[in-house]
Design a protein around this ligand. Structure first.
Ligand code: S3P
Length: 444
């Protein structure tokens, strides 16, 4: 089961400024694009988490030289499709759905079969969503009936630009096709339900020909392929999804204040701040600036003793897809019944998060009403647990672990939480920051 974390909930008050690790989505995209640029790319403040280390190791297996010096990363790209293809390459993406899906988009011209594998959690996730558009591009796959990892793919010298409709609101699907478009002759056209737009932003920053038309519910993206681009300099901003844990910790504590600096506040990522403010929080976003095509700012938050229920609008779902677990926790402490719907995608993450989120709240004595794709949460603002809570994180889901730690620090009670090493896939400084804010815990 791995190591466990023991916490005794105890009153703590803090007033601090912190920095959070680099953004996972942007770190992966900057590595992938650095591998396709000509020359030496320099990325500052890259996230040094397990997902990123696995991504780097896979790119190295494809012949790309990459060096890390603390959070500085140097990538020696050899241009579009400049990989050293060999027979029998096996890429292990570990826990990273983002890397596993996006890299397939860059391998569309591979002359040899490449095997893609991942850990237990990644091996239960759906790959049909990227296999289907990539088959239209010209890629061949060998994969089981469920369309899960391990899979083998072989590219083609004849790549087609396609017309693709992305209707899940998945940035991973959209980005995989955008990366495939880099090697396609002519113009790839994507109509995509709104989702995080970091791939679009970095394409623009690099001068890759891209035209974006923003409609109310979807975006039309046109990418012209086979345009070489030069190596670049980039600085990764802090990950707003990682910040969410500390924003909620502050909000649900008493007499606390927190400032988080240089956070990525791209609109497609901070839907949760909009929701929390609607629930009565007063989170402010200050000193906004644009750097390397992304919006950054400092975030300020204070504890808030009364919070009200939310009826979360489903059109925001893809803007807060990674924050639902932590929002469920806030709903559990709010006045009234909150509801979240159209959440089928949430059960397709590193674990079935909708089901497990509900189970976690039930363990705390919070009533929920769960369906296949929705949840109602009956808030209990006065909750103060006096029992022992044992969280078995069977799927080793990083966000289940971190949400449980925040619950342990704000709901009372004695807690045992497994599997502690999971948080390292996305947020390696998580426990260090918990300590810095004055909390005590034991790892056994
Ligand atoms: C990501 C997109 C989202 C998100 C994941 C990162 C990305 O997944 O959950 O953590 O970097 O593109 P989906 O595209 O499957 O919604």
């Amino acid at each position: 089961m791995g190591r466990r974390l023991f916490i005794n909930s105890r009153y703590n008050s803090f007033k601090k400024t912190i920095s959070i690790d680099g953004d996972k989505s942007i770190s992966i995209r900057s590595l992938l694009l650095g591998s396709q640029a000509y020359g030496k790319t320099f990325i500052e403040n890259i996230l040094l988490s397990e997902d990123i280390i696995n991504s780097i190791n896979c790119l190295k297996k494809l012949g790309i030289k990459i060096f890390l010096k603390k959070k500085n990363c140097y990538i020696y790209g050899k241009g579009l499709n400049g990989f050293d293809y060999k027979k029998n390459i096996v890429l292990n993406a570990g826990n990273s759905g983002t890397f596993a899906r996006l890299i397939l988009g860059l391998l569309v011209k591979s002359p040899y079969s490449i095997k893609l594998i991942g850990d237990k959690s990644l091996s239960r996730r759906d790959f049909e969503r990227v296999i289907s558009p990539l088959q239209k591009v010209g890629v061949n796959f060998e994969v089981n009936k469920k369309k899960t990892l391990p899979l083998k793919m072989i590219g083609s010298p004849f790549i087609n630009p396609i017309n693709y409709y992305e209707n899940r609101g998945s940035a991973q699907c959209k980005s995989t096709v955008m990366l495939a478009a880099l090697n396609s002759p002519g113009q790839t056209v994507i109509r995509a339900k709104k989702s995080r737009d970091h791939t679009e932003n970095i394409f623009k920053y690099l001068g890759i020909p891209i035209i974006i038309k923003k409609n109310k519910n979807n975006d039309e993206i046109k990418v012209r392929g086979q345009k070489l681009f030069k190596s670049f300099k980039y600085k990764v901003p802090s990950d707003p999804s990682s910040c969410a844990f500390f924003i909620v910790l502050t909000l649900l504590s008493k007499n606390c204040e927190l400032k988080i600096k240089n956070v990525n506040v791209n609109k497609s990522r901070i839907g949760y701040i909009e929701i929390l403010n609607k629930m009565g929080a007063k989170i402010s976003v200050r000193n906004t600036k644009i750097k390397y095509g992304e919006k950054l700012a400092d975030i300020l938050v204070k504890s808030q003793s009364t919070l009200k229920k939310i009826n979360c609008p489903p059109n925001l779902n893809s803007n807060l897809i990674d924050e639902f677990l932590i929002l469920f926790l806030v709903a559990a402490k709010a006045n009234g019944v909150s509801s979240f719907s159209n959440l089928g995608e949430l059960n397709k993450k590193e674990s079935p998060r909708l089901k497990l989120g509900s189970k976690l709240l039930n363990q705390l004595g919070i009533k929920t009403k769960l369906t296949k794709d929705s949840i109602k949460i009956f808030g209990n603002p006065g909750i103060n647990l006096r029992k022992t809570i044992d969280i078995k994180n069977y799927y080793k889901d990083h966000r289940i672990f971190m949400t449980s730690v925040i619950a342990a620090l704000t709901f009372g009670g004695k807690w045992k939480i497994s599997d502690i090493d999971s948080y390292k896939s996305s947020f390696p400084s998580f426990l260090k920051i918990i300590k810095k804010l004055g909390y005590k815990f034991k790892l056994v």
